[in-house]
Design a protein around this ligand. Structure first.
Ligand SMILES: NC(=O)C1=CN([C@@H]2O[C@H](COP(=O)(O)OP(=O)(O)OC[C@H]3O[C@@H](n4cnc5c(N)ncnc54)[C@H](O)[C@@H]3O)[C@@H](O)[C@H]2O)[C@H](O)CC1
Ligand code: K
Length: 491
């Protein structure tokens, strides 16, 4: 998939399905195309699979499964369709699909507790019709699919995952690969779904681009190949004044590491000059030998005035703490009129005194900070990350980067961006400080707040992926991102 890739919700896909079916004159044709595309996908990735088990649900997702099973039968594979009692096809076209499978000599077995021997398992239990956590019986079939020794091809959605939100309210299939139909699901790009979806693929079903218009998208997904959309090569006669000046405010006593990471990341992302306002004294010693970055001992907000005036962008929060010192600096900076990137402790201070912010402010909460900013539980944020990011954008009137698996970036009146980069190795302290520095540096170089946030999150995730490929996810350190970051920031 080359991005930015449009992502859709169930409502848009249902409408597209109806348009396609009326254009084709028969909605069975659409199911046949889906099932055939699924069979071609199985052949492409598992050509040697002889024993194929297809778990079929009662709806049209199951119908897709019967179509695949028929093609597999006709291709001479040993096919078994497994289904739960009471899960005989309910809709007219799924019934036709089952009949065609049986007419081709296919067998349907009632699920007896295990998948049995299979070289490939096809998950055709639930698609976008899932309305709740799979009930007890369905959960046993999902568990059996997950315990099977064979790879799993999920049709449209890994069963048990909500395709709109990415939430897995109960047990859900862990797919090796998921073949989506018509349009890519917004819910499969973020949150818990990333544990279940495996490799994502899309079968467009040849119904014409107008069936699913771009403006029906609810989000768009970016990956590392999209960096060039945001980053232009540096002009030959540029000088440090044009590369922007970033002020990093943070580093209370003993918390200098966070603001140092933020400053280094800003430099590696192209900022021309970085000032660090801190009272962690070792920071001054560390920066004293670097003309491109200067440390300033700050006791009170008044000490910041000149630095804030000289800065193009202010990043505030890394190691700031929530004591009187941090509070005083935060209150001063939030009314500075300068473009702000607000992270970490500064987000917690904001949560204590919520207010609308300048539209070009960028907030960079992780799910826990987002929960505090919305006064909800973290699990509610994670249950629908796109909705949470939109709610934060609405509440604070500015750009929001909701970090986590499948970072979501929202801006007032804009289509949310979802970042297809990053890895679990980045869930360590300090990674957020690096992201803050990257976004601040991109703002300082002239990107607008939304572009700086999307490009910054993309650079951050992509640098983390390069570092993880080199040294592994476990043990990944924020400083490991700096070299790949510099390379990726120069497309
Ligand atoms: N989008 C397209 O172009 C195409 C979509 N197709 C496939 O159709 C499914 C959606 O089918 P639908 O019949 O609406 O629902 P499902 O098959 O996903 O769900 C089946 C059925 O299951 C029941 N159910 C829901 N939740 C639960 C639960 N937790 N436990 C038990 N039972 C549950 C409910 O009655 C549902 O109706 C889409 O994903 C595609 O795979 C077309 O076939 C091809 C083109
Ligand atoms: K499925």
């Amino acid at each position: 998939m080359s991005g930015p890739f449009p992502l859709y919700d169930n409502a848009a896909l249902r409408q597209a399905e109806a348009r396609a079916a009326s254009r084709l004159g028969d909605d069975f044709v659409l199911m046949q195309r889906a099932g055939l595309a699924a069979w071609h996908c199985a052949l492409a990735h598992w050509p040697q699979a002889q024993r194929i088990a297809v778990a079929c649900g009662p709806g049209n997702n199951g119908g897709d499964g019967y179509v695949l099973a028929r093609h597999a039968c006709e291709a001479g594979r040993q096919v078994r369709v497994l289904r739960l009692p009471g899960h005989a096809p309910r809709g007219e076209i799924a019934i036709r699909a089952e009949r065609a499978y049986r007419d081709a000599g296919g067998r349907v077995e009632e699920f007896g507790g295990s998948i049995g021997d299979a070289d490939l398992v096809v998950d055709a239990l639930f698609g976008i019709g899932l309305t709740r956590a799979p009930d007890a019986e369905a959960a046993t079939l999902v568990a059996a699919i997950n315990n099977a020794a064979a790879p799993v091809l999920a049709l449209d959605v890994p069963s048990g995952v909500d395709a709109d939100t990415g939430n897995a309210p109960g047990t859900a299939v862990h797919a090796t690969r998921t073949l989506q139909f018509l349009g890519a699901h917004a819910g499969l790009a973020t949150g818990a779904a990333l544990e279940h979806v495996g490799a994502r693929e899309l079968a467009a079903l040849d119904v014409g681009d107008d069936v699913l218009p771009a403006d029906a998208a609810v989000a768009e997904m970016f990956d590392a190949r999209d960096l060039g959309r945001f980053l232009q090569p540096r002009s030959r006669n540029s000088h440090k004044g044009e590369s922007g000046r970033v002020l990093c405010v943070g580093g209370d006593h003993g918390k200098g590491g966070a603001v140092l990471l933020c400053a280094e990341a800003a430099l590696r992302s192209g900022a021309g000059l970085v000032d660090v306002a801190t009272r962690a004294m070792h920071v001054a010693a560390l920066l004293s030998r670097r003309p491109e970055a200067m440390a300033h001992a700050i006791d009170a907000a008044a000490d910041l005035d000149k630095l804030a005036e000289a800065a193009n962008v202010i990043a505030i929060g890394p190691g700031l703490g929530q004591d009187a010192w941090g509070n005083e600096l935060f209150s001063a900076m939030i009314d500075s009129g300068k473009p702000l990137v607000i992270d970490a402790d500064a987000l917690n201070l904001l949560a204590a005194n919520p207010r609308k912010l300048q539209a070009d402010t960028v907030l960079t909460p992780h799910p826990g900070e987002a929960a505090r900013l919305l006064s909800i539980a973290t699990r509610e944020v994670q249950a629908d990350r796109r909705a949470a990011a939109l709610a934060l954008c609405e509440r604070f009137g500015c750009v929001v980067v909701l970090k986590g698996a499948g970072t979501v970036v929202t801006a007032p009146g804009c289509l949310p961006g979802i970042i297809d980069a990053g890895n679990p190795g980045m869930a360590v302290g300090g990674m957020g400080d690096v992201l803050t520095g990257i976004i601040a540096a991109l703002r300082a170089q002239g990107l607008d707040a939304f572009d700086a946030a999307r490009c910054g999150a993309l650079l951050h995730g992509a640098a983390g992926d390069v570092a993880a490929r080199a040294g592994g996810e476990r043990g990944l350190l924020p400083s490991d991102l700096f070299t790949p970051l510099q390379r990726l920031a120069n497309p």
